[in-house]
Design a protein around this ligand. Structure first.
Ligand SMILES: [Zn+2]
Length: 465
């Protein structure tokens, strides 16, 4: 009898599973989408179709990850900016949404619908606020200044990156690399590889977070030959609430740009100053690279067929540094300046030898140019702020769990087939243990619900379908 009961249960479960699968298969919106098993921590998804369909596929296939990302980001934002999540939802609806164009409105709504269809309770305003999480601190800082109020909002100093071509690279073609700096609790979740074939615009591959229509840390390659990355401009001040959200412009440029001019035009049009970056881009068709330093008042586009551009959160244009930041370009102990000096050493020492493998080495580099020795800390290209008694103020206090969280690199040949290499966690190989860190530094106990271990995973190749 018992055996019969087990068989019946198994049969019923099988039937239920078949019905669910048939329902999924019959949902035409999911027909062209797929999700692969996790590989070295990364989740690869293929999304294809109209804006609404791409959004729905994204929401449905990554529903559990979207729930987890939303919980983590809202936990961090409410703590850091001392505002409840409802505040960001309201700003998303009333300040940002009016400046989001129809294509991305449909995709954002699709994400909310797809996630809801997979059992995640969230709505459109959660999705829009989540997409803007990197630019809200710029708004907060600007808003506090308008009203002469103190603020806890500080804009993060994200990332180390370079792009090189011509006599600097081994084959004379473009090589690009980037590591993402953020809090470890959010960085551990920056583990999606999006392979997107939109109905309009170019096919593209980019890294990202579940729920975001843009990469966020911005590393991507499109089928028109554009290779794109950035690092933020440290201590930037300025925001235009009437502008187009940065997340919309960044996504649009990834999807639609087919030249450096296109890229610059899309990023500048309606610039709201949010998440102000120095963009490092390449057009593999012309073998040209560029740096677009996108301030709100000062915008500089430099380009080259033979050379390199590096980024480590330092402002380039002195006028921009003076008028739009609180950054001290002359202080060599500043993380941005120390890493800038290291990039220049590496570019010089490796001239004519830079390839994708070199990019991987650079992104795991631990030479502190201020101390003049190997010492992983807030001043090294592979950032370990959690080891630093100085932290990276005003963004991260001493021993704060933040720094490099993942890295990506590609060369020209890889870009041709929409392929990139990526590593999750510190690419140098040093893992992070959450419980151990919180035990030693109890001031960060508030992170306990969301801070996870961040093991260092090997570099892995991902190609578009
Ligand atoms: Zn490291």
């Amino acid at each position: 009898m018992r055996r019969t009961a087990v068989v019946v249960v198994v049969l019923l479960l099988g039937l239920a599973f078949a019905l669910v699968s048939r329902e999924t298969q019959n949902d035409l919106r999911l027909k062209h989408a797929s999700r692969r098993a996790e590989q070295n921590g990364w989740i690869w998804v293929h999304l294809e179709g109209s804006p609404a369909d791409i959004g729905y596929q994204h929401g449905y296939l990554l529903a559990p990850e979207i729930r987890d990302t939303l919980e983590t980001v809202s936990h961090e934002m409410t703590h850091e900016e001392k505002k409840d999540w409802q505040f960001f939802r309201e700003r998303a609806q009333n300040m940002l949404w009016p400046h989001v164009e129809a294509e991305y409105r449909a995709e954002l709504q699709g994400i909310a619908d797809g996630a809801a269809a997979h059992g995640v309770k969230l709505d459109l305003w959660d999705v829009v606020a989540l997409n803007a999480w990197l630019e809200f601190p710029y708004y907060d800082k600007w808003d506090a200044r308008q009203h002469d109020l103190p603020t806890t909002a500080s804009v993060a100093e994200h990332c180390s990156a370079f792009v090189a071509t011509g006599s600097y690279t081994k084959d004379g073609r473009v090589v690009i690399g980037h590591n993402n700096w953020t809090s470890y609790e959010t960085g551990e979740r920056w583990n999606i590889i999006f392979d997107i074939v939109p109905a309009q615009g170019n096919h593209f591959i980019m890294d990202g977070m579940a729920g975001l229509i843009h990469s966020g840390d911005d590393f991507g390659i499109n089928s028109a030959g554009m290779m794109i990355t950035e690092t933020t401009i440290s201590r930037f001040i300025g925001f235009d609430p009437g502008g187009i959200p940065e997340f919309v412009r960044a996504r649009k440029a990834m999807q639609y740009s087919a030249s450096i001019d296109d890229f610059a035009r899309i990023m500048k049009e309606g610039n709201n100053g949010g998440y102000a970056n120095d963009w490092l881009v390449a057009d593999r068709k012309t073998n040209e690279i560029a740096s677009l330093e996108l301030g709100l008042k000062n915008v500089t586009l430099d380009r080259s067929h033979d050379g390199f551009f590096v980024g480590s959160n330092f402002p380039i244009n002195e006028k921009l540094a003076k008028e739009e930041t609180e950054f001290d370009l002359k202080n060599p102990s500043e993380s941005g300046n120390a890493r800038h000096a290291r990039w220049l050493q590496l570019m010089d020492q490796n001239k004519g030898k830079i390839d994708e493998a070199a990019a991987e080495r650079f992104l795991g580099d631990h030479f502190d140019t201020f101390e003049k020795k190997i010492d992983p800390d807030e001043r090294t290209l592979c950032g370990h702020i959690d080891f630093s008694p100085r932290g990276s103020m005003p963004w991260v206090p001493p021993y704060g769990a933040a720094g490099a969280v993942q890295a990506k690199a590609a060369d020209d040949a890889m870009a041709q087939s929409l392929t990139l290499r990526a590593s999750l966690g510190h690419s140098c190989g040093l893992g992070f243990k959450a419980a151990q860190h919180l035990k030693k530094h109890s001031q960060f106990a508030w992170q306990r619900p969301v801070l996870r271990d961040m093991p260092a995973r090997p570099w892995t190749t991902f190609a578009a379908q």
